[in-house]
Design a protein. Structure first.
Length: 281
């Protein structure tokens, strides 16, 4: 009897690709946490170092641990989502207990830095940055979390853009990512890599057309200093969308500042004329 034909449009299940040395059932982040690398092609990248982020209280075998679940969720999100804000939001939802507990949050921070450093050492400058910027960005968010995820995202928005501007391009790791990971690791493992990238130009992206170019050549919103554009045309096209984001960022600065005398007249006008909804929405 002939085998049944597959229905048109049905998706075939693809078997996850395992790296050399990756154990069956081991998640990608577990593999990179222990510094697992392709021993055949990149032996020089293998390191036996915790990069100054020893986490004695975390047992990777305890899969019911909320930090383990959070890392696994993050690993899944970066495989399916491009936007760093969406990745962070999804990694926050359901894992608020980790974020709101200082000890657990700092344990997660240490783990993200260790994984980020191992990935940076593996990637180097010979290939695309891959997911390394996401791990650096997440570590930065955990380090600077102020008790409100929306407030922290607004405060760190420009930094998140700088971290992930090279993602999903053919560009190597940016110096912003390498510098952050090098500063957060005390071992010196990234010193050679940072020495090679520290003179590289900072790359920015036009918020409207997503054109990549040197950040110093981009126009910047004079009020919030976060949105960058390749031309006045792109800036004008984006204003209808950007004006609310710009207002919220300035509102946040006012709300967290003891002295608002340095704020621009536009920011004061927006604050006085528009009612801002809560950031927890």
């Amino acid at each position: 009897m002939p085998p049944n034909k597959k229905k048109q449009g049905s998706k075939q299940k693809t078997k996850p690709v395992r790296r050399v040395g990756q154990a069956e059932g081991e998640t990608n982040w577990e593999y990179w946490l222990r510094g697992g690398h392709n021993l055949l092609t990149r032996p020089s990248a293998i390191v036996n170092c915790d990069h100054g982020h020893s986490v004695d209280t975390f047992d990777v075998s305890e899969r019911q641990n909320p930090i383990f679940a959070m890392l696994t969720s993050f690993d899944s999100e970066i495989a399916s989502t491009y936007g760093i804000r969406s990745v962070i939001k999804e990694t926050y939802n359901g894992y608020e207990s980790v974020w709101d507990d200082d000890e657990q949050r700092m344990t997660a921070f240490h783990l993200f830095v260790r994984i980020g450093v191992n990935l940076a050492l593996y990637v180097g400058l010979e290939q695309r940055g891959g997911v390394t910027p996401y791990y650096a960005a997440m570590a930065c968010m955990l380090e600077n979390y102020d008790g409100n995820i929306n407030s922290t995202l607004i405060k760190m928005d420009a930094k998140m853009r700088d971290f992930t501007v090279n993602c999903h391009t053919d560009l190597p790791l940016s110096r912003v990512v390498v510098k952050y990971l090098a500063k957060k690791s005390t071992c010196g493992c990234l010193n050679v890599l940072y020495a090679r990238v520290k003179n590289h130009p900072n790359i920015g992206k036009c918020k409207t057309c997503e054109k990549l170019m040197e950040k110093k050549l981009l126009l910047v919103c004079s009020d919030c200093k976060c949105a960058h554009y390749c031309s006045k045309k792109c800036q004008k096209l984006d204003w209808r969308v950007h004006k609310r984001d710009c207002m919220i960022r300035r509102w946040h600065e006012i709300a967290t500042s003891e002295d608002d005398s340095a704020l621009s007249p536009l920011a004061k006008q927006l604050l006085g004329s528009v009612k801002i909804s809560g950031l927890d929405e």
